[in-house]
Write a protein that binds this ligand. Structure first.
Ligand code: HEC
Length: 141
């Protein structure tokens, strides 16, 4: 009897682990779906996000934001696989999803940081296509 419940418990753990592993990609996909729906509102011909465009956006130095934060790579470095660093010296987990699986899985967090960082680097809000391209690029890193 004791054995049986122990086995049931480990099966539950196993199922829980599997569910957890499946949750992050699903959450990320629903954020991408959200931005795709936003993109279609202004562009009926929207065909999907581009990792290459996301990479270019990440590495660009648009020259329209604050001089001390010329690029996303200023804090996140020019490789998504590196740890980042804020100007105050705080270490940031890599943006690459392969190394930081919980990246881009919480819409409130994603919104907050796109709002803040697009403003400091680009001096404007980012478009839904730019956001979707960026996440698509990071999801493939
Ligand atoms: C001044 C430093 C700085 C710059 C420049 C910067 N970021 Fe960040 N970014 C942060 C910090 C700090 C966080 C929050 C901590 C974390 O998630 O590691 C963050 C988090 C994020 C997140 C949330 C990721 C998640 O886990 O869901 C996104 C999206 C993001 N940044 C996008 C950008 C983009 C796009 C640019 C360029 C337009 C950019 N960042 C430029 C510092 C920066």
């Amino acid at each position: 009897m004791i054995r049986r419940s122990a086995m049931a418990f480990s099966l539950m753990l196993l199922a829980g682990g599997t569910a957890l592993a499946a949750t992050a990609p699903a959450a990320r996909q629903s954020i991408l779906d959200h931005y795709a729906a936003e993109a279609r509102k202004t562009d009926a011909g929207f065909k999907g996000f581009s990792a290459a465009a996301g990479q270019a956006f990440f590495l660009a130095h648009p020259g329209t934001g604050r001089p001390e934060t010329p690029s996303c790579s200023t804090c996140h470095t020019n490789s998504p696989r590196n740890q980042g660093r804020t100007r105050a010296g705080k270490t940031l987990a890599p943006m690459a999803v392969s190394l930081s699986p919980s990246r881009f899985t919480d819409l409130a967090k994603v919104r907050k940081w796109f709002a803040r960082n697009c403003h400091t680097v680009y001096g404007r809000v980012c478009t839904p296509v730019e956001k979707g391209n960026f996440i698509t690029f990071m999801a493939h890193q």
